[in-house]
Design a binder for this molecule. Structure first.
Ligand code: PBG
Length: 339
């Protein structure tokens, strides 16, 4: 047989190779693809982070997070109702106080902006949506760190735990359902759990930001909370180089009684998320942070990517990696598309 014969065979429609496995069969129609999809995003899987600013008389747009605002108390209520109507699973509230000091006094005042905002959210959505609080001092300190400082200007872990305990009790008193411990102090979950139980808040749950990395992707968030931070958070947030340590942090938080463990940011840390999801006996969350939001919005605004597809794919990818639910600034909009 000559080369000519083989070519003639192909020309008559007989393929030279016949694949045995043809995964494309299940991709042929939208119905087939839908039937066999391994993961889905449901509105209930989404949590909307929100900002409320003390003394604001109109919602303030954020330049680095197009579409996200610092709310007034009234616009916060309206946005919460809108989010609830879209069917999302939760709201995560951050407060922007008018006054800050060295120990973050505003965080523990019953009528401080965050606690007042939490009360408003609980009043608006009741038990229909999970109301979550950010439990950290960085928005309330004049130096912008997540804890109080010692005489040498270092973040004092154990003194900070006492502040977190007071903050937890003030937040639990608002009726918030889940406290989000985002400060990355050692022992913070156990410290907070202890006082919650002592004071009868046994049903207030703890969402531990377990593997929280020191990330450039928090940039726009720091505008959103008008952060005063000089320097960085590398002595308490994790080194982006470390994968195994993410598992260690989650394991410690589980032992301390965390009800949910979280990995943050999401998209650059999907390996850590997958590791934690593989071993965690409790639900696992992921936070698609401000910089991740800003990147997609900026590229979409330039016409470089399809905005809706990029948003859907990014959140689906986070779920695929192992998240049971996702904190994302697109929660309300995305829930609307999913319905
Ligand atoms: C700390 C906190 C931060 C974020 C959530 N909680 C900022 C930080 O650690 O510097 C970042 C969230 C985001 O970037 O969207 N209170």
């Amino acid at each position: 047989a000559s080369a000519g014969t083989a070519l003639a065979g192909r020309a008559s429609g007989v393929p030279a190779v016949r694949p045995v496995d043809r995964p494309r069969r299940l991709r042929a129609t939208s119905a087939l693809r839908g039937l066999v999809s391994e993961h889905r995003v449901h509105p209930r899987d989404l949590v909307l982070p929100m900002f409320v600013k003390e003394g604001a008389d109109a919602p303030l747009a954020l330049g680095s997070m197009p579409g996200v605002v610092q709310h007034t108390m009234d616009s916060l209520r309206r946005a919460a109702v809108e989010a609830a109507e879209a069917g999302i699973g939760g709201l995560m509230l951050f407060g922007v106080p008018a006054v800050r000091d060295a120990v973050g006094t505003g965080a523990t005042e019953p009528d401080g902006i965050l606690n007042a905002g939490l009360r408003a959210l609980v009043e608006e959505v009741g038990d229909a949506v999970v109301v979550m609080s950010d439990l950290c001092l960085d928005e309330f300190t004049d130096h912008g760190h997540c804890g109080v400082l010692d005489g040498a200007g270092r973040v004092d872990n154990d003194a900070t735990l006492v502040r977190y305990q007071d903050m937890a009790l003030a937040q639990a008193a608002t009726g918030a359902h889940m406290l989000g411990l985002s400060g990355m102090m050692d022992g913070q979950v156990a410290a907070v759990r202890e006082v919650l139980d002592r004071d009868g808040y046994t049903d207030t749950s703890v969402l531990a930001y377990s593997a929280k990395y020191s990330s450039a992707f928090y940039g726009p968030f720091r505008d959103a909370v008008e952060s005063q931070l000089q320097g960085d958070r590398r002595t308490y947030q994790m080194d982006p180089a470390n994968r195994r340590e993410g598992l260690r942090e989650a394991t410690l938080d589980l032992a301390e009684g965390a009800d949910v463990v979280m990995v943050k940011p999401a998209m650059s840390y999907l390996d850590v998320l997958a590791d934690v999801a593989e071993v965690s006996p409790v639900p696992v969350a992921a936070y698609q942070v401000s910089g991740e939001y800003a990147m997609i919005e900026a590229a979409a605004a330039n016409g470089w990517i399809d905005r809706r597809r990029a948003i859907e794919e990014s959140v689906l990818g986070i779920k695929r990696a192992g998240a049971d639910f996702v904190l994302t600034y697109w929660a309300t909009e995305l829930a609307g598309w999913l319905r």
